[in-house]
Design a protein around this ligand. Sequence first.
Ligand SMILES: [Zn+2]
Ligand SMILES: [Zn+2]
Length: 123
Amino acid sequence: MTDEAEAGLVKSEALLHADALIAEAVKALRALTYADYLRTQHWLDFRESMLAPLVKCQQCGSQDRREVHHLTYDYLGRERASDVRVLCRRCHGEWHDEHAGERLSTSANDLAWAGRVRRFGQL
Ligand SMILES: [Zn+2]
Ligand SMILES: [Zn+2]
């Protein structure tokens, strides 16, 4: 047994295969227009997983028409809870008014995606 295997650093074939499948799925999601992305089961499920426990706007506490807002687009297709905020419609609209035209993605790899996002409006 190698030192790496002993330390649990070597992934099994099955795990490597799972990683490859996830990478492929994320790539496919990012090839979509942003409008289409927002209609994918992936996004609808993730959105619901955020809206279910967070019943109040994380900005003002209102329970009125909550929406899920992206703080970053770097992990689109594989968002983490910390990548988004649950906002009421009013706070969400205000945030986008204040940040209109700002580039949210900081990753050079995501510039093409960010361009695509801007064309379809940020959400
Ligand atoms: Zn609010
Ligand atoms: Zn937003």
